[in-house]
Design a binder for this molecule. Structure first.
Ligand code: NOJ
Length: 764
């Protein structure tokens, strides 16, 4: 596209004028009935070629987010754009570039139907927020919504209309590199967090010039890739699909998500992209989803690789008949749908229906009336990377940090502590905290931990630094095999020297941000040997070691955890990483994060999750005949929902308003929680339920609600949860959502393992 830029300069002035106008224009909420009429008129006016064109999405020149040539912006794409035979583009960003592409279409094509610009704004556009898994650890719906809101404001100001987020794939296997992009292992937590993200991106009015369309992905079961290997098959039961995988998508549809992306994987032999039951029957018919389904990058063409289609013609037939409306970089629909139609294999009404779904989103965004409404350089400058945005990023980041251990109560540190040794490969790193899927983040722009600490310590505090070991992993961004540095300990003597001479050591350990994300699955989740060596060496000379972990997935910490009194999980926290971590270290903010996923003892336990089903042979027995491993326990190292605070909380027993709940009624569960410390703090109070006997076996515990509550020193509060029928329902043996009579166990606690328990009955 850049190659064609010059010839379009004449359009820029025109576009700029329109863009400024758009930013001042007041948008009333859209009247949907008149939109449907307008779409009908427009469709009547479109040629078949133009209709099929709306179902095509091309990648621009900005960056590749899938396999292809870097210079894949060809003359063919250019010509099709000019003729109005492309509905959408991804990877075209900035006011300047989106305007160029939009002008090409709007000014040259017969009907001038504007392009929809999509981009992977996963955890920020330029202002980076914590990677989604980390942000989920905040269990803070307002914070999550705020970060998506700002991501939308910055993206919309850069000419974008649409983000391919949230990723709502449940993932229980930390080997899968994309676990960093989602909400972790739990269906309920993922549902509410994803809704908050959709609300943040889309706001109340999609036609406003600071909101963008969201996309729930990947439909479905992508996170169940066998053995955690990306793109692998997901062989899961239909009940797991219904009870575990689909609810977060349904939650997004209920929140009004504008689009859904299907997925690369197959389930039981049917690739999701060609799955009619999923896309047509469940999503569109049962759930009443009115937006459109986009394929994943090339996933329609990949039906050939899956071995269910011989060629692109057959692949198009399968995907289109299954309900995939738009073809992302697959080059299938544009060459096949017309002949499929003339061969009577698909109907014109089906094409019209897909076009309608896509136009509906374009109308809702307001670009049909004003294609350049998101194009305004002034807004782009003003709204991107602003101090306000960075302030929110810092707040969300500190809320995402999880305190795993504080045995010696080393934390928080006094800001006038005499001396600190800051050691480790990530201590001065300004890039890794930005995380993978970093959109337009400026390389090396994060606040490093060193800077964050420097910003807060007193003038009298001596801060020494040693890298200890390198963490570089060769070609980071798109290289298939990464050479992870596991051995080099060049700087270890220096690390030991500074550790010896300081009151406390802050030791940063973890993984590079490009060790997680798409195509970055790993079989080993331990720290590198070099990092473990560094820990041992430093620990030998100074007992006051605070380990600060930076990583995008649960790691195996077993090798050193026992020997570490203090561990802070800080993930990849985004632009304000160093400031946010320093806020926790010096007690400016009391940690409140809780793990959204179990940390395993070793990789052999994977997949691992708290909501295990009972087996015929559960519970520890003296002989071997029960479901266990002979080398380690079944338990994770750190369970789901776990996270400490500088405060301490005490939970009373639970009481119920009624031990029996009848159909159509609800009951109240009450617990008293007390902050027994003199430090104010937040606690995430978690409620789990177990349906003791079901028509299909039910998980031993399932999160059904939580409350994040602030406590003053020594304050005690009565916390009430309403238990509704919906919380007890599941996809039963009758293949529908039902609530079955019987006994239930109810747990309330501080994490999935440490809970109080009570029983009740449900009768219908
Ligand atoms: C492939 C990824 O699976 C998907 O999540 C992403 O949105 C697209 N590429 C576009 O970059």
């Amino acid at each position: 596209m850049k190659d064609f830029a010059k010839q379009l300069r004449f359009n820029i002035f025109f576009g700029l004028m329109l863009g400024i106008y758009a930013s001042c224009y007041h948008h009333d909420p859209v009247d949907t009935s008149s939109i449907e009429e307008k779409i009908t008129f427009l469709i009547d006016d479109m040629t078949l070629e133009e209709k099929i064109g709306q179902l095509v999405q091309y990648s621009g020149y900005e960056q590749l987010t899938g396999p292809g040539q870097k210079d894949s912006f060809t003359q063919i794409k250019h010509n099709r754009l000019k003729k109005g035979l492309v509905g959408s583009m991804l990877n075209v960003v900035s006011v300047e570039d989106t305007r160029e592409a939009q002008t090409l279409v709007v000014e040259n094509s017969r009907l001038g139907i504007p392009l929809l610009f999509g981009y992977d704004v996963i955890h920020g556009y330029k202002t980076m927020f914590p990677v989604p898994l980390a942000e989920t650890a905040s269990w803070d719906l307002e914070a999550v919504e705020a970060s998506s809101r700002i991501s939308a404001i910055e993206s919309a100001a850069a000419g974008l209309h649409w983000t391919f987020a949230p990723m709502v794939d449940i993932s229980r296997d930390a080997r899968w590199g994309r676990i960093m992009e989602g909400c972790g292992e739990d269906t309920y937590l993922c549902s509410v967090i994803s809704q908050a993200r959709v609300n943040g991106f889309q706001g109340k009015d999609l036609s406003a010039n600071n909101t963008i369309a969201a996309c729930a992905k990947h439909f479905a079961a992508y996170g169940f890739a066998e053995a955690g290997r990306d793109y692998n098959s997901a062989d899961i039961s239909y009940h797991t699909l219904q009870n575990v995988v689909l609810p977060p998508f349904k939650a997004c549809v209920d929140a009004g998500v504008a689009t859904v992306m299907n997925s690369f994987n197959e389930i039981g032999g049917v690739p999701a992209t060609a799955d009619k039951h999923l896309q047509k029957e469940i999503l569109k018919e049962d759930w009443g989803f009115e937006g459109f389904v986009i394929s994943d990058w090339g996933s329609i063409a990949e039906l050939i690789n899956h071995g269910v289609a011989e060629n692109k013609y057959q692949a198009s037939l399968l995907a289109f008949s299954a309900g995939s409306d738009m073809d992302m970089e697959g080059y299938c629909y544009e060459n096949s749908l017309d002949s499929l139609l003339s061969n009577n294999l698909i109907k014109l009404e089906q094409i019209d229906e897909s076009v309608r779904r896509i136009l509906r989103v374009k109308y809702a965004l307001g670009i049909m009336d004003d294609p350049y409404k998101y194009c305004n350089e002034d807004r782009e400058k003003l709204l991107t990377l602003s101090n306000e945005n960075l302030g929110v990023a810092r707040d969300v980041a500190r809320k995402s940090i999880v305190l795993l251990k504080n045995e010696k109560k080393l934390l928080p540190l006094a800001t006038d502590i005499r001396s600190i040794a800051l050691i480790g490969p990530f201590a001065k790193d300004k890039d890794v905290p930005l995380g993978n899927w970093r959109a337009q983040a400026i390389a090396n722009s994060a606040v490093s931990l060193y800077e964050g600490i420097e910003n807060q310590i007193s003038a009298n505090t001596k801060l020494s630094y040693a890298k200890g070991t390198d963490h570089s992993i060769g070609q980071r961004a798109f290289h298939a095999e990464m050479t992870i540095n596991k051995t080099s300990v060049d700087d270890i003597d220096n690390a030991v020297r500074v550790a010896k001479n300081s009151d406390v050591v802050i030791l940063t350990l973890g993984e590079d941000c490009y060790q997680t994300g798409e195509g970055r699955s790993q079989t080993e989740l331990t720290l590198s040997q070099a990092q473990l060596q560094l820990f041992d060496a430093v620990k030998k000379v100074n007992d006051n070691v605070i380990v600060v972990l930076m990583n995008g997935r649960p790691l195996v910490l077993t090798e050193f955890e026992n020997n570490a009194s203090t561990i802070l999980e800080t993930w990849h926290l985004g632009s304000e990483s160093g400031n946010a971590i320093a806020d926790i270290i010096f007690g400016k903010y009391n940690p409140s994060g809780k793990l959204p996923v179990c940390f395993p003892q070793n990789e052999g336990q994977l997949p691992l999750y708290y909501s295990q089903k009972p087996t015929g042979r559960g519970g520890a027995k003296p002989e071997v005949f029960w479901s266990h491993y002979t080398d380690i326990s079944n338990k994770p190292l750190f369970p789901f929902g776990y996270g400490l605070s500088y405060s301490e909380f005490e939970y009373s027993e639970i009481s119920l308003s009624n031990p029996t709940m009848n159909e159509g009624e609800s009951i109240i569960a009450k617990i008293t929680v007390k902050n027994t410390s003199d430090i104010p703090g937040d606690e995430v109070i978690q409620l789990y339920i177990h349906d003791v006997v079901g028509s299909i076996s039910r998980p031993l515990k399932e999160l059904k609600s939580f409350k994040k509550v602030f406590f003053k020193p020594q304050e005690s509060k009565d916390i009430e949860f309403e238990i509704t029928e919906e919380m007890l329902s599941f996809y039963t043996i009758n293949n529908k959502w039902e609530t079955e009579s019987g006994n239930f166990e109810l747990f309330i606690g501080t994490n999935s393992e440490d809970c109080k328990k009570i029983e009740f009955q449900f009768k219908n």
